[in-house]
Design a protein around this ligand. Structure first.
Ligand code: GDP
Ligand code: MG
Length: 179
């Protein structure tokens, strides 16, 4: 295979309260692993994911995982500098983490923007969907995402890779991957 003609570096911030699963999501996405406990580092953890965009284009996705600084509820302008996008993560099992989503979004938008002044693309991620009944909170998450001007919102689980519904609607049985 020939080498890609262009390579882009893309800085993506991963924000949200302590314990919502930021590190777990990054580790799952980059290394496809899940662990119950990660070392509590102080500072920032970086993870790099190479994404083949098309045959000529490679994207180096640099994920900035805040580590141990969540308790402040905000980050420095320097940290946000030149970010191309962000995830704001909340824990679907802990309502308080949904309530602090707006603080993270406000902090982000006040400290970084695109060249044209628009907010950077930001996804609202509801993590730990394996812990809640199927579809629970999805409407609340969507409303929150729209109200606060997120680009899109998704529910996910860093722990369980397969959550599927058997049969349609109503009371559902769920299959789960083993991790
Ligand atoms: P962070 O502080 O936001 O980086 O959160 P961590 O990634 O350290 O996760 C905090 C805790 O939640 C850990 O015990 C994880 O194992 C757990 N956790 C993370 N993601 C999930 C998930 O999708 N489902 C469940 N059930 N637990 C999760
Ligand atoms: Mg962490």
């Amino acid at each position: 295979m020939s080498a890609p003609k262009s390579e882009y570096l893309c800085k993506v911030l991963v924000l949200g309260d302590l314990g919502v699963g930021k590190t777990s999501i990054v580790q799952r996405y980059v290394h496809n692993i899940y662990s119950q406990c990660y070392r509590a580092t102080i500072g920032v953890d970086f993870a790099l994911k190479m994404v083949t965009w098309d045959k000529d284009t490679m994207v180096r996705l640099q994920l900035w995982d805040i580590a141990g600084q969540e308790r402040f509820g905000h980050m420095t302008r320097l940290y946000y500098r030149q970010a191309a996008g962000a995830l704001v993560v909340c824990d679907l099992g802990r309502a308080a983490t949904l309530q602090s989503v707006h603080r993270w979004k406000e902090d982000l938008d006040s400290k970084v923007s695109l060249k044209n002044g628009n907010p950077i693309p930001t996804l609202l991620i509801g993590n730990k969907c394996d812990l809640i009944p199927y579809g629970g909170h999805s409407q609340q998450l969507e409303e929150l995402g729209q109200q606060l001007g997120f680009t899109d919102c998704h529910m996910t689980s860093a722990k369980v890779t397969t959550v599927y519904m058997i049969g349609g609607g109503g009371s559902s049985a769920r299959g789960r991957g083993h991790n």
